[in-house]
Design a protein around this ligand. Sequence first.
Ligand code: S3P
Length: 438
Amino acid sequence: MTELNFVVEPGGALRGRLRVPGDKSISHRAIMLGALADGATTISGFLEGEDCLATLRAFRAMGVRIEGPESGQVTVHGVGLHGLHPPTEVLDMGNSGTSMRLMAGILAGQTFDTTLMGDASLMRRPMGRVTAPLAQMGAQIDSAVQGTAPLRIHGGQRLIGIDYPLPVASAQVKSCLLLAGLYAQGVTRITEPAPTRDHTERMLEAFSYPLQRDNERTVALAGGGRLLGAEIDVPADLSSAAFFLVGASIAPGSDLVLEHVGLNLTRSGVIDILRLMGADIEVLEPRLAGTEPVADLRVRYAPLRGLRIPAAFAPLAIDELPALFVAAACAEGETVFAGAEELRVKESDRIQAMADGLTALGITAQPLPDGIIIQGGDLAGGLIDSHGDHRIAMSFSVAALRAAGPIRVCDCANVNTSFPDFVSLSRSVGLAITELSK
Ligand code: S3P
């Protein structure tokens, strides 16, 4: 396979207006619930990235008719909770942890067997966190000895609702169990140790499924209901917007508006953290897109200062932390991130990948088991290994705005998993980035 690299020339500023692609988490869920609903679901703003396409293809392979995507428009002709057909092949989830973990919950409730696999990165990621509670519900799933994929899911099991305190703050695990709960007898109740993204809960409501949210941390549903097709407007992905929030904050002369960005409070830690560091971010015209809050964001350059980020912020900014580490490298003084041990089991070990990359650019970065300590300083140019991780690749791309020399980022093909137009959109607002295939 040809390797895709990015070369980013140093300096410049980010200016203008931009709508980044649709939210990845919401796009996955729209396809899943649309497929399992009675009636048609229309989706606008769907993320046409590889991760969400893996979810879409899996449902097509199980007999669901899906039109599109075309310019973000998708129509899913739902087959109802019990209308999926056995796929003739193994279901390949590519690089997508969300697809694999959420699908495991849905597939545990089917009458037929399925097998889930993925790329090398996904086949290393922990799946015991979903297979163990699913087994408690009565599912039968075989995994590799280390608790990793491939997952062989045996159909025809009778699922029973459980009361489950999540051992890790993970929206994927919570969502997996809620989806399995649709097929379970009785009530499935999940309590989280800290709030995580609640897109599944909001989307279940959009599909008219009764849900009980007892307090901030507990959610419950009873199996045996039905989902009704819905109209879903997917906001722009705050996790993709984060690269530009950081880029514009660190590059003098920047003034950028990001349009229709999802601002769900369980996701918006990146804005709070950047503001604590001194960033100038304005929230314009807050409104609702269906059941999700959105707004336009105006971000202008501002000098950042280092600080100790409270661990409680970590789950609210988990996917944006690599970009925030770049902000910390450009801030004055020391920044300490804690409570983020989950970063070690993402598409790559993001703590190590970021520490190595920042060090390669001349920044003092000390990895911790659950975070990192970064001394703000002057960034040099250099060569970065993204480890095939989309968010590492994009974080170091925007770092070039403050670097003294070009930054070359290797192994960037997976940027397509979450942000297909990253290079052209970034160029349109001033990042001097080019793609090189070799
Ligand atoms: C996601 C949940 C988070 C996040 C991932 C998307 C989701 O993962 O990092 O990118 O859509 O539910 P965890 O549940 O592993 O924290």
